[in-house]
Design a protein around this ligand. Structure first.
Ligand code: SAM
Length: 280
């Protein structure tokens, strides 16, 4: 695991309160990578990532889902509309909670979704409240990742699943400047740490979960950053970000760093599916 001690929870919260509009303008409704098979549009690739994770997690109609780090509600609304799930979305950002609620209403999913502004590291839910704990690109921002998996394992019903997509530190931090590249990504994108693939598997197993699948999607997601870089260069987003301070400009500057980190193997992108071992 690579740690970046300068990141604070307040900075993460402020980032999403301020940057959600930039994400929407630059990328779309989902604040996560696209998953490409060929030359699909970014929109289609973003949806493919959500759909693929839902298939791997064997989501069934009517399930109760906790969407941890729900962003603008992209996954929550998709799972509610396409899979008829009942979804609780949580985010640290007040702006995102309001955005997700409005989007859900707009897409006719309000009756099946609920959005709360709470910290996933503090919030409590009754034991066995959900069939699935789902989280795309949020665990990077958590300070105590092993503890999160312990809690998530309690929140799912016997036989329930935890499905995670996460940015990962690569397996070769000792190689060249790999550790520095990951550190620079953590600093720019406000991740207190990035775990390796092995770390995630260990944390899930320590929480009593059985890991059913580990998928390395690095080569299928990395073009996200080529597209975002092109869009930044063509648009005035860099100028628009200036009044928002150093964190925001550093964030945009590190788009090149993350692309390089994927290309050199300093970083990977993984999808993990794990299941509760408790019996029904
Ligand atoms: C990269 S965005 C991903 C959003 C969403 N999962 C998606 O794919 O569109 C990261 C999300 O994690 C949320 N987040 C970060 N730290 C959190 C915490 N401690 N508790 C709850 N949400 C958190 C942010 O507010 C943001 O919604």
């Amino acid at each position: 695991m690579i740690v970046c001690p300068t990141v604070s929870k307040d900075a993460i919260r402020t980032h999403y309160d301020l940057a959600t509009l930039f994400y929407r303008l630059l990328w779309g409704r989902h604040i996560h990578h696209g998953l490409w098979d060929a030359a699909e549009s970014p929109r289609r690739a973003q949806l493919r990532l959500t759909e693929t994770m839902a298939r791997l997690a064997a989501v069934e109609p009517g399930q109760r889902v906790l969407d941890v780090g729900c962003g603008m509600g992209g996954s929550s609304i998709h799972l509610a509309r396409a899979m008829n799930c009942h979804v609780t979305g949580i985010t640290v950002s007040r702006m995102q909670r309001v955005w997700a609620e409005c989007a859900s209403r707009w897409h006719g999913a309000a009756a099946q979704t609920e959005f709360r502004r709470v910290d996933a590291e503090i919030v409590s839910f009754p034991a066995a409240a959900f069939d699935l704990v789902w989280s795309i690109e949020c665990t990077e921002h958590l300070f105590d990742k092993p503890r999160f998996f312990q809690r998530a394992a309690e929140w799912i019903k016997p036989g329930g699943r935890v499905a995670i997509c996460a940015w990962l530190a690569g397996d070769t931090p000792q190689q060249g400047d790999h550790a520095q590249q990951v550190y620079d990504v953590c600093e720019g994108f406000l991740c207190p740490s990035l775990g390796t693939r092995a770390d995630y598997v260990q944390w899930m197993q320590d929480a009593g979960l059985v890991v059913e699948g580990v998928h390395d999607w690095t080569s299928r997601v990395s073009q996200t950053w080529e597209i975002c870089l092109r869009r930044i260069r063509r648009s005035g987003v860099r100028w628009l970000a200036l009044p928002f301070g150093r964190d925001m400009t550093c964030f945009l500057e590190r788009f090149e760093t993350i692309l390089r980190a994927y290309n050199t193997g300093a970083m990977q992108y993984g999808c993990f599916i794990a299941r509760s071992t408790k019996t029904r």
